[in-house]
Design a protein around this ligand. Structure first.
Ligand code: GTP
Ligand code: MG
Length: 200
């Protein structure tokens, strides 16, 4: 089927959430179809891209997988600024990670792009026998805050493609590529930002 050239969209997407919630694992599952039991904790942030065809559009996700460790918190605005979408990830077996997710939602509501498509991922759904956060509680919270909520498992490959598809569908139609990409187009630091040497 033909795709019109002007329906190609670049969308900057950021993953936020507590350390160990499974951000990197979700991205690796989505981008490479891989999963590692001993995934290393992210340092700073990692960049990935993946293209999805949804209906008549092609969405190129430019994905920033941030580090959940508290000492990296101050870097987060660099990654969520100008983002078209965010996935806030928590671990359904860890109530603290759900509290942390709510804090991220608050921060994005205050300081993020007001049109940002926000999804809440209750990850590690394969560990249902160790569940500490109920779907009901999360669903109520998500509805109150206008978030799209889904439970995922990076390990079992459950709802991983689905969450990205759902985000792609929700991205606004008439979005110029430059805006969607949301790169920080100030004078010169782009070169540094790309090589990752600017802020570590
Ligand atoms: P930081 O980079 O430190 O912020 O952590 P993260 O959110 O990127 O978590 P990461 O993807 O590194 O996963 C942490 C641990 O949880 C790893 O040992 C993963 O193998 C495991 N894990 C991630 N997703 C799942 C899942 O869906 N199910 C299960 N059972 N384990 C998972
Ligand atoms: Mg990580």
């Amino acid at each position: 089927m033909a795709t019109m050239a002007n329906s190609n969209i670049n969308a900057k997407l950021v993953l936020l959430g507590d350390m160990g919630a499974g951000k990197s694992s979700l991205v690796l599952r989505f981008v490479k179809g891989q999963f590692f039991e001993f995934q290393e904790s992210t340092i700073g942030a990692a960049f990935f891209s993946q293209t999805l065809a949804v209906n008549d559009r092609t969405i190129k996700f430019e994905i920033w997988d941030t580090a959940g460790q508290e000492r990296y918190h101050s870097l987060a605005p660099m990654y969520y600024r100008g983002a078209a979408a965010a996935i806030i990830v928590f671990d359904i077996t860890n109530p603290d990670s759900f509290s942390r997710a709510k804090k991220w939602v608050q921060e994005l509501q205050k300081q993020g792009n007001p049109n940002m498509v926000m999804a809440l991922a209750g990850n590690k759904a394969d560990l249902a026998d160790k569940r500490k956060v109920t779907q009901e509680a999360t669903r109520a919270y998500a509805e109150e805050n206008g978030l799209f909520f889904i439970e995922t498992s990076a390990k079992a490959a459950t709802n991983v493609n689905e969450i990205f598809h759902e985000i792609a569908k929700r991205l606004p139609r008439a979005q110029p590529a430059q805006n969607a990409a949301g790169m920080v187009l100030v004078d010169r630091p782009a070169e540094q930002a790309r090589t990752g040497t600017c802020c570590s």
